[in-house]
Design a protein around this ligand. Sequence first.
Ligand SMILES: Cc1cc2nc3c(=O)[nH]c(=O)nc-3n(C[C@H](O)[C@H](O)[C@H](O)COP(=O)(O)O)c2cc1C
Length: 357
Amino acid sequence: MPTLFDPIEVGRLTCPNRIWMAPLTRGRATRDHVPTDLMSTYYAQRASAGLIISEATGISVEGSGWPYAGGLWTAAQVAHWRNVTDAVHGAGGRIFAQLWHMGRLVHPSLHDAQPVSASATTAPGKAHTYDGRHAYVQARALTLAEIPRLVGDYAAAARNAIAAGFDGVQLHAANGYLIDQFLRDNSNQRTDAYGGSVENRIRLLREVVAALVDAVGGARTAVRLSPNGESQGVDDSNQAALFPQAAAALNDFGIAFLELREPGPNGTFGKSDRPPVAPLIRKVFNGVLVLNSDYDFARGQAELAAGGADAIAFGRKFLANPDLPHRFAADLPLNSDDPKTWYSQGPEGYVTYPTAS
Ligand SMILES: Cc1cc2nc3c(=O)[nH]c(=O)nc-3n(C[C@H](O)[C@H](O)[C@H](O)COP(=O)(O)O)c2cc1C
């Protein structure tokens, strides 16, 4: 069985290790969702990851609802992402762009439009806006006529990602965002071909992945799911039926990898009492499988040794330790992350975490 330090082929890439950086929203772009020089520095600092998965990046005005998050729908955004990818590649790294449509979690104060979702539902809790936290508003259901345009928006963002120098794209189908709102039966109340049966609820996922593969190739397409339990109000009555079927549907496309975020009962970024679906998915998904949530070195190593995964994605540990693979290899202590600077603007808590000497 491989160790975290063994290389792995992923699509057209050879990743030098299996210690990957999980996608992390950090809010360091401009108000027009254009990446900044600070972002080039931050990602280049983390180039020793086997693979970096970028922060969630908006595919369109409609889908973008996080203050100062990056986007991939304008020429200026693409040009500035090119600086980031050049910096990562110059430092010897590899980076996929995570493609994001937030669906009902887009607050109208960001774009002055009612958010869209599978159905007319309202997320619990409060949105991050430029003006503090505000309650979410009710979404409107996307019409059948709008879905081809939505799928096209994902494909256009994927083409833009490749034009910006990314090594591939990861569809964000996790954490209660738009694709997840279609997947799960408490947020998808549709009675058309996109709602009801599991087959129907995974239709949008399948169509978007097909469009991404058509746009940039299966070797440059990946997916993230968060199967076990509630996420931002989105939940399913039978996760053990839904998610293995969704993962098996991805076999048709020869994607680069599938990543799963599954917190446990004592999770420190979300918790779930439901069992992980990863063991079921491992049996039916025939590509590279990456697991995430609360892993440390020993648990990650044990997961690979047991054959449960091919790589592990580390979120907060990479956020706070730019040289995480080196620290693991040399058994060095880790910096801990400071939640106060997760989404703050500026360099503090972003590019200021020290590397080990
Ligand atoms: C500050 C922060 C930002 C995050 N942003 C994203 C994101 O943009 N996309 C995503 O899929 N998950 C996001 N997550 C979830 C992480 O990718 C990961 O699932 C979570 O941190 C658990 O992994 P860890 O225990 O290794 O940190 C974020 C988590 C944190 C702490």
